[in-house]
Design a protein around this ligand. Sequence first.
Ligand SMILES: [Zn+2]
Length: 280
Amino acid sequence: MQSNRPLGVSTSLFRGILGPDAEPEGIRALQGTPISHIEYFCDDGDRNHTNPQHIAAVKQAATEGGVTIWSCHAPFGGTDISDLEETARCTSVQTVIEALDAAVELSAGRMVLHGSREPVTGEERPRRLEQCIRSLDELCQQASQRGVKLALELLPRTCLGNRPAEMRSILNAVDGDLRVCFDVNHITLYEGAREALTALGDRIETLHISDHDGVDERHWVPGRGIVDWPAFLTGLDDIGYDGCLLHEARDAELDLKGNLKAIGEAARSNLGSSSSMGGR
Ligand SMILES: [Zn+2]
């Protein structure tokens, strides 16, 4: 079925192809494509999101191009809100709060974050979950004070929040309006797309869309891998999701223009997107 859900890409696509600081150039490259939304990725290596000039340039490029900054992604390289060492956990929480401030500056309504780094051993998992929930209690409060929705991402492998059941238990334990970022490329390694969507239903705030080979996450453009896209779409209809189809996908063989074209065409073929090239 046709859908009016807007198409989006992560600025990690721009950084990956054009290099760091390339967000304004990447945003300008969206002109003439069906992609109208972005997720701004905060990197804890260069920390550009704490630089007011950089954020102003991103904002200006988005405003001039009519691009919506749908969400921000909190840093995850050296950041771990489930750290068992209390000082390191608090530092990670502060890092996420800085990203929340960037989200406010960029008028992004939501922020995606990871529950942990990896690996998480079975033995330490209960304590790591406790630390994660402690951090999320505080972060939900900070997000709500700023008018930003916090969305915990479904992650693969041993990361915290790697299955709908564990995600549900985190949602139930956290004191605050915690939501979910449903990453298709992660959860469908283990569970059917429609079933997983139904299990988290109204708590799903945003999506990460890409394809994989059934072995591990690949972040391929939809259609290259084995994800059951019709089931995914039916699941979105089931839960009444009408937000952005935000892509975290890349074809390593293509340049930025080629990737944007491939994502737009794949969305028409696989995601019921009615957007056409130059359609905005
Ligand atoms: Zn992520």
